[in-house]
Design a protein around this ligand. Sequence first.
Ligand code: SF4
Length: 435
Amino acid sequence: MNREYSTQMEAARKGIITEEMKTVAKKEQMPEEELMALVAEGKVVICANINHKCLDPQGIGSMLKTKINVNLGVSRDCKDYDEEMKKVMEAVSMGAHAIMDLSSHGDTSPFRRKLTSECPAMVGTVPVYDSVIHYQRDLSTLKARDFIDVIRLHAEDGVDFVTLHCGITRKTIEQIKKHKRKMNIVSRGGSMVFAWMSMTGEENPFYEYYDEILDICREYDVTVSLGDACRPGCLADASDVCQIEELVRLGELTSRAWEKDVQVLVEGPGHMPLDQIEANMKLQQTICKGAPFYVLGPLVTDIAPGYDHITAAIGGAIAAASGAAFLCYVTPAEHLALPNLDDVKQGIIASKIAAHAADIAKGVRGARELDDRMSDARRTFDWEAQWKCAIDPDTARRIREERKPEHDDSCSMCGKFCAIRSMNKSLSGEHIDIL
Ligand code: SF4
């Protein structure tokens, strides 16, 4: 590599404003020096693997616009690369800032490389999923070295961030047994690491060889996304000893990564009662010293299967308004099935609404501009301008077209009783005809 720095964090610490920082600063309407200082501190990450050549860089941090991630990937039930790539590009055009490739079938490398050569969004993976598939061997037969080699493969393929479940150790096995959680471990990767430790009697390789892993991440500028294996999988398990104990370890691992200039995201809950979300966000920010928080929900109730994009959006909005920086989308198919294209769309729209609502509450630069433009367009019945401001213009336009009123200066909800119409006419001294 012939640049003067390995990672965006190292560049920032050396006072270098990279091309990626310039792009992000422009998008966030933020002075470049201010952004550089946040990257240096670890409060903003720019996930940008040196081998992801078509990347359109994004910054993730609580003072920036909230970003959203979409999970996709080939599986035994959906193994058509082109079909999955179509979903990826549609997700990006709908506003996904990151795509996590959770492929779990066949040779995952071609799809991963296709992603990092064609997809402009950040690309993330969970290497432990790929370990069993890559070696085509039983989990218990894999060695610590095998897991590390898969991380290197993903780094070489251009992956921008990797979820690593480094925060659970052999002590966690005892804790999970002792505390008798209702849902035990619901993290797929976390359960694999737990199972491997249980079967082999060895320590978590992602914890034990963390320094070696950091060296790989430094070489390719891969951001470590510290996975939350013990994230609560139901309201009853929220904020329990297992979750908080892992969070404390993630705080220590964050500092160790920063010592090597490796950028860090920290993953979080999960299922969580609404009244616990804000406190959890503050706790994470304190323990992990402001490292961007990437939340998987939080889902605020357990009883809405089919509507978990809504339960997650409610929790996501509160989480992001309280400091989370990155929301993982949840679709209506959560807990039920592999999402289809419509589920993906519903999940993205719900996450975008949550992220946007939080950005307004946080006072993120420029966040309310479209809302104010929408209000002007509503007051003046400029329907085309309304579609331009809408998060989902196609749905908004379709609903109006299907149920059009007699006149353009109202909608069929109130017709001539339209308050906006009456007020416009009143204030301009016109006669108001309601009958
Ligand atoms: S008719 Fe009612 S709902 Fe429709 S634009 Fe007017 S005030 Fe709003």
